[in-house]
Write a protein of this length. Sequence first.
Length: 142
Amino acid sequence: MNEYTIQDIQIGMRAEFEKTITVEMEDAFRQISGDVNPLHYDDEYAKEVGGGRFSSHVTFGMLTASLYSTLAGVYLPGKYSLIHSLEDLKFLKPVYAGDKLTVSGDVVDKDGQLGLIIIKAEIRNQENKCVSKAKIKVLVVK
């Protein structure tokens, strides 16, 4: 876990990590969230209602978006992170169990007096296709 303080953070800093989505992760998210929509576990249902757009059940978008929390809370800035807001969140392509995702973020703005940074973040799949993007405002508490 990184421990960047507001003084350490510079515009242009970047962090990146990889995570593979598993059925076990989806099951845990379903248990926590209570979202039992069959689109997220029934392959045949997803193929039928998707009209050919989905190859199998689709991972929860919010499970994918939860990786932005890891980006801020572990990598940039890490230990001293408190997410203020997640803005302009977009889900651009479906994510499936087995997908290897690369989560990355770049510091695009910093207000040292407020202790606030803005991270332009995105998630790409193993085919380098952008599946999600967002702007994360983070309070750096130290």
